[in-house]
Design a protein around this ligand. Structure first.
Ligand code: GLN
Length: 543
């Protein structure tokens, strides 16, 4: 087998400038040239995984097939690289230290004094090598979270330094930096990036490439400044990456500057002359789709400003885009705070102006009654509906309350004393909660689901059995299944091992589907998800 090549992607100046998308786009351009690529995300925090972090602060928790709760960038990689990324490809400081400490307790260091350096970077390296072997990738992209100069990621930079020292031809370093254009100056400034490079130099690292993010194109004089002051090999090694309308255009933007050739030259890689027609075709649709499809996303978590909310539900947004562009329509998303419906039920009428409604995953009591009211409205007024996880659980509760007249029907999460616990906790989960065992204990990752032949889901998936990813603690309570089905709530998919309900549907409705799993995690630009496709199709038919 050929040796794996490594591309470290680190950030400078600002966080949130699209380091993850840049890393994913580098992966895409190399795949387009015939290479097998995988990607690793390193997060510098102590949390063992992203599962215990608040999504309004940290962004979406992305779930892998093998049940890891990871950073949203793993989702970007899966979407851009069009392959599954698994747990070995995600690490945090907490996870690395935990492994080292467990090894020490197991006498794996054979009596040595275990030290931060070299044992922590060695552990990181071991994990990188294991991930590379597991994915059989020719190129492994490694994104280091945070920005250079932070105390938190220094040990990961040290890992990069050690790897490059050992095999200089196998490791490339890309700095994704930001070049601001202060409004009072009206010109792009290179100095913060120069400082970022100096900071890298202090860690023993010199970037091979700078990806210059900014509001505008990087012009020639500034490129020359960066080459001169940052010790760059040539102007070609400074890549301009101005803001673009759609993230999916970024691979082409990088490729126009020959980035794949330059990387290949440095890493001594052979490229194939391969055109990616499918990716280009998708980007074309992104650019040309004009007819709008109006979608309301109803839930809580939306009160913290645009930037945050779109990060909390990034996979949902991307799944909507994939399915919409596949139908040549442009999605227009409106975030509806369900608490507004609690304060003012007359406002529910606004839902008529949307072509479809989605209730995404969520936790806790806040805003729940408003969501249930919205689900009732779309059920009764035949507005296409897709409920994701909590959106499925609350749809079941709404049905129990208003069709079966089970007054006070609820989920154990919000009212454990309800006479009708439509959503309940199984004994394992009840024990986890009693013992405060929260981290990594939800029902996580891929589970099988057998579809009922006559269901809408079966028609959309065109399969008898599917596999989808989960992240939830509570479940549909099978004690109520017979009554609910008799009243018209169809159980369209069930896990064959546990008999847990995975999909519910309503027949007498243009589109009403709820999934206990999260279909959004498996939607890809080149492979839109069947249930989102079904929703958009129904939305357009109802228009
Ligand atoms: N709060 C619900 C549960 O834990 C749903 C979780 C979700 O929507 N991801 O079961």
């Amino acid at each position: 087998m050929q040796k794996t090549k490594y591309i470290f992607v680190v950030g400078g100046v600002l966080s949130g400038v699209g380091k993850g998308i840049t890393a994913a786009s580098i992966g895409r351009i190399l795949i387009n040239r015939g290479l097998k690529v995988s990607a690793i995300k390193i997060d510098p925090y102590i949390n063992v995984d992203a599962g215990t972090m608040n999504p309004t602060v940290h962004g979406e928790v992305f779930v892998t097939d093998d049940g890891d709760e990871t950073d949203q960038d793993i989702g970007n990689y899966e979407r851009f690289l069009d392959c599954d990324i698994n747990s070995p490809n995600y690490m945090t400081t907490g996870r690395i230290y935990l492994n080292v400490i467990q090894k020490e307790r197991a006498m794996k260091y054979k009596g040595k004094c275990v030290e931060v350096v070299p044992h922590i970077p060695l552990e990181v390296m071991e994990r990188i090598n294991a991930a590379a072997a597991a994915s059989a990738a020719k190129v492994m992209i490694i994104e280091v979270g945070g920005t250079v100069g932070e105390y938190q990621n220094i040990l990961f930079l040290e890992t990069a330094r050690m790897m490059k020292l050992k095999e200089p031809d196998d490791v490339a370093l890309v700095l994704v930096s930001y070049l601001p254009v202060p409004s009072h100056l009206g010109e792009m400034k290179t100095k913060p990036t120069q400082h970022a490079v100096r900071t890298m130099n202090n860690s023993g690292l010199q970037p091979d490439f700078i990806v210059a993010r900014g509001p505008d194109e990087l012009d020639k004089p500034r490129k020359e400044t960066l080459v001169a002051n940052c010790g760059m090999r040539s102007e070609n090694h400074v890549i301009s990456a101005p803001d673009v309308k759609s993230i999916y255009e970024i691979p082409a933007l990088l490729e126009r500057q020959n980035f794949s050739e330059l990387l290949a030259k440095q890493l001594k890689l052979k490229l194939r002359n391969k055109k990616n027609l499918r990716w280009n075709h998708f980007v074309q649709k992104v650019k040309t789709s004009e007819q709008p499809v109006k979608i309301a996303v109803v839930g809580k978590y939306f009160g913290t400003g645009n930037y945050t909310l779109s990060d909390s539900y990034i996979s949902v947004i991307e799944a909507i885009k994939h399915a919409s562009f596949a139908h040549n329509v442009k999605p227009e998303l409106t975030w509806v705070d369900s608490e507004e419906y609690e304060a003012n039920p007359a406002k529910l009428k606004e839902l008529n102006s949307f072509d479809a409604v989605i209730v995404p995953g969520g936790f806790g009591t806040r805003g729940i009654e408003g969501i249930i009211a919205a689900i009732r409205y779309v059920r009764e007024n035949k507005i296409p509906y897709l409920g994701l996880c909590y959106g499925m659980q609350l749809a079941a509760i709404e049905f129990a309350r208003h069709v079966l007249h089970f007054t006070g029907a609820h989920t154990v999460e919000c009212n454990p004393d309800s006479p009708y616990l439509i959503i309940s906790a199984n004994p394992t989960q009840a024990k986890n909660i009693r013992e405060d065992r929260y981290g990594g204990t939800m029902r996580l990752g891929a589970y099988r689901c057998v579809l009922k032949k006559s269901s809408r889901a079966h028609k959309l998936y065109k399969a008898d059995e599917i596999s989808e990813r989960h992240r939830h603690r509570y479940e549909f309570n099978n004690e109520f299944r017979v009554q609910m089905e008799a009243a018209g709530l169809e159980v369209a998919g069930v896990n064959p091992e546990s008999d847990l309900v995975e999909i519910i549907e309503l027949k007498d409705h243009p589109y009403f589907v709820g999934t206990q799993f999260h279909p959004e995690f498996k939607s890809r630009p080149l492979n839109p998800h069947p249930l989102f496709m079904g929703l958009i199709k129904a939305a357009l038919a109802e228009k």
